[in-house]
Design a protein around this ligand. Structure first.
Ligand SMILES: *Cc1c(COP(=O)(O)O)cnc(C)c1O
Length: 459
């Protein structure tokens, strides 16, 4: 019998296989060669244990799959069919067309990121988006950093390091991803002074806690849970009034979390405090996210009193938290949509919030029709979408979902995640459900292709 090892191709011969040509073009000859050497070693061991030598095609296929698994970029677009609009695990806010174009424009060449075009010398990146933010919120000054967690940390360090910060017990929240207000306070070098009880805090509780060591009064929006029943809390206007009983007035800081520039109530949602209201109430520093209800890029936005914001710009920590040009470009374009009063028409997060149940039902029905033509059964059911992303906890919007009555929903959901692009669905009452609210119109063809593909395999 022929020596089975002799039937294996040499490494060079394997690398010459046509199946590996695009793999080498994608990942480079060196990594394909390394992978090929490893694979041949493994195959020799398999043969030693009695396996038959694989054919060359099979080896090339295994090598291609191995490189794909090891080296293909891991960050990739997915289709969000969960109905959760601001889905932190799925990258929060999809960006508007204008924001995407602005990113592209600033990415492909040089920009005046830190260059003063009038003076012809070094400028500050912190000026970009500042005037837009002031125009929209009524604030005197603004600063954009990497995310809102960074914004809160920076503000506390600047305003209250070495001093006491007074906060209601009902607002000592954990946002998710381990971001806990008490930890942030500690890291900022501030001392936490809790007042009130979990469910009730009155303005008098703050008043009696104020000492000569008080550095700030802090309010944190309860963005991801709801307090119901026997509750009482102090609104920011009351905190501002209390802070001004002191000379000099104590700084009032307000972490809005999501923050919104639009009133959420006309969309059938509960009241969510707006950034403008916080500024108008006299809050010294308000912080919020760029990629929650604002619908822009990941960023932490700080608006407030000029003197404080200018101080923040000079903090050494600010340098470590700074945003890049691509974020600033997307943010400016997003803010312009608000200025033109076109946010609901142009910003995906608001388009999704504003989508009418009837229009969603029609989209779900058109999916069901297309699936039915491909021989796949699906039903339309009323359902609920969520805003998500640490905003409007417990609030839902009525929708219509496509429901797949399948024997093994977990398996089907996993198969959908295995498609290119991956489709993320929800499982509800043993059915796989897909909510059109969070699926962008341009994603529909890819979504249906994935559903047909998986439907065929499951049949
Ligand atoms: C989401 C949130 C944060 C953190 O914002 P990121 O932009 O995710 O860093 C901080 N505070 C509150 C109240 C939040 O809801």
């Amino acid at each position: 019998m022929e020596n089975p090892y002799r039937q294996l191709p040499s490494l060079d011969r394997l690398l010459g296989h046509p199946r590996l040509e695009p793999v080498i073009a994608r990942f480079g000859r060196v990594s394909v060669r390394d992978g090929g050497r490893q694979l041949l070693d493994e195959v020799r061991q398999e043969i030693a244990q009695g396996a038959a030598p694989p054919r060359e095609e099979e080896l090339a296929e295994r090598l291609a799959a191995r490189l794909e698994a090891d080296l293909a970029p891991t960050l990739t677009p997915v289709i969000n069919a969960t109905g959760v609009i601001i889905h932190t695990n799925l990258g929060r806010a999809p960006l508007s067309q204008a924001a995407r174009e602005a990113m592209q424009e600033v990415a492909q060449g040089y920009s005046n990121l830190e260059y003063d075009l009038k003076a012809g010398r070094r400028g500050s990146r912190y000026t970009h988006a500042e005037r837009l933010l002031c125009a929209l919120t009524g604030a005197e000054a603004a600063l954009v950093v990497n995310n809102n967690a960074a914004a809160v940390t920076l503000v506390l360090r600047h305003v209250a390091a070495g001093r006491e910060v007074i906060i209601s017990r009902g607002e000592l929240v954990e946002i998710g991803g381990g971001f806990r207000i008490p930890d942030i306070l500690r890291q900022s070098g501030a001392t936490l002074v809790e007042v009130g009880t979990t469910n009730r805090t009155r303005v008098g509780d703050y008043r009696t806690a104020i000492t000569e060591n008080t550095g700030a009064l802090l309010k944190v929006h309860r963005s991801n849970f709801k307090l119901i029943g026997f509750t009482e809390s102090v609104d920011v206007a009351q905190l501002v009034a209390l802070a001004r009983e002191h000379t000099p007035a104590l700084p009032v800081l307000n972490d809005l979390g999501s923050g919104t520039l639009l009133d959420t109530r006309p969309f059938g949602l509960a009241y969510e405090p707006t950034v403008q209201e916080s500024v108008a109430a006299g809050v010294d520093i308000t912080t919020f996210s760029g990629d929650k209800l604002l619908g822009g890029p990941q960023a932490g936005i700080i608006v407030g009193r000029r003197e404080l914001v200018e101080g923040l710009k000079r903090e050494p920590l600010t340098r470590a938290l700074r945003v890049d040009k691509i974020t600033l470009a997307a943010l400016q374009a997003t803010l312009l949509a608000y200025l033109r009063e076109k946010a609901v028409e142009e910003i995906p997060v608001w388009q999704m919030i504003a989508a009418e149940p009837q229009a969603l039902a029609e989209r779900a029905q058109s999916w069901a029709d297309r699936l039915s033509r491909a021989g796949i059964d699906a039903e339309i059911r009323p359902g609920e979408s969520a805003v998500g992303g640490g905003s409007l906890p417990g609030q839902t919007l009525p929708t219509h979902v496509l429901a797949l009555p399948v024997a093994h929903p977990e398996q089907v959901a996993a198969a959908l995640r295995g498609q290119t692009p991956p489709v993320i669905a929800r499982i509800e009452e043993d059915e796989v459900v897909l909510d059109p609210r969070t699926v962008l119109p341009e994603e529909e063809d890819a979504l249906l292709r994935a559903l047909v593909e998986v439907g065929r395999d499951q049949a």
